[in-house]
Design a protein around this ligand. Sequence first.
Ligand code: AMP
Length: 292
Amino acid sequence: MRIILLGPPGSGKGTQAQLLVQRYGIVQLSTGEMLRAAVAAGTPVGLKAKEIMASGGLVPDDVVVGIISDRIDQPDAKRGFILDGFPRTVPQAEALDDLLRHKHLKLDAVIELRVNESALLSRVETRVAQMRERGEEVRLDDTPEVLTKRLASYRSQTEPLIHYYSERRKLSTIDGMMAIDEVTRAIHRQLLALGAVEPKTHAKTHARSAAKAAPAKTGAKTAKPAKKPAKAAKKATKPAKSAKKAVKGSKKAAKKTVKKSAKKTAKTSVKKALKKGAKKAAKKVTKKRAKR
Ligand code: AMP
């Protein structure tokens, strides 16, 4: 599954991304986190990004696109990923479309977390207070002044992506003002509706009850696959074990018959040869007798 989480700073993208990672076993690709790591490590990208990030501006598109393209190629991203904080501009979204096309990957959904702007400042203030309490280093850009700038850049550069993805029928909007677990549930429901996740438990229960209802005749067949065939449903539609056994059995039987008929032919040809030999010998005897 590959999804994008879209929303202004403080909308809960990071929190939801982490919860989705736990739930679906996919990775979170946060350009903000990657850039902070690059700044901390003092890499060339980090040196480029440091000042821009501290002032609340956006790092050049080619830099973040390069980072994301490399990261998607890592083995842990093969099962899927959640993009958090990327794309942030229309050119980044276009570049993402291109690189996914090149890598033969499909984007499943773009989830927009919609929040009241008035709540954002207090959310970020709470985040800062909590980080201080835990003794964690507070982000340099989590100040009211820089947040105002980050919000302005979200409005002017990132918000157009809502239109970009809704035009491409990828956008789902979720009320980000709900409690954290309610937002997670809403995202999950949305992903189910889109067929981006497998309704595992549902499909299993469904397959089991179908098998119970008519085990002999219908069995697995009655387990209708969901919109996108779920694993359990797929399993159910696969040939049953007994059918496999039957195929194996018939193969064995066929082998046996082949062996038997080979034996038979061998036997008959031996018999024939013996008969022929006997006939020849008898002929010789009669010839000898005639001569005498
Ligand atoms: P975030 O952690 O997503 O809030 O990002 C922190 C900062 O990193 C942003 O304010 C930008 O300066 C920079 N950044 C993160 N992602 C991007 C991106 N996709 N494009 C440009 N700059 C980014």
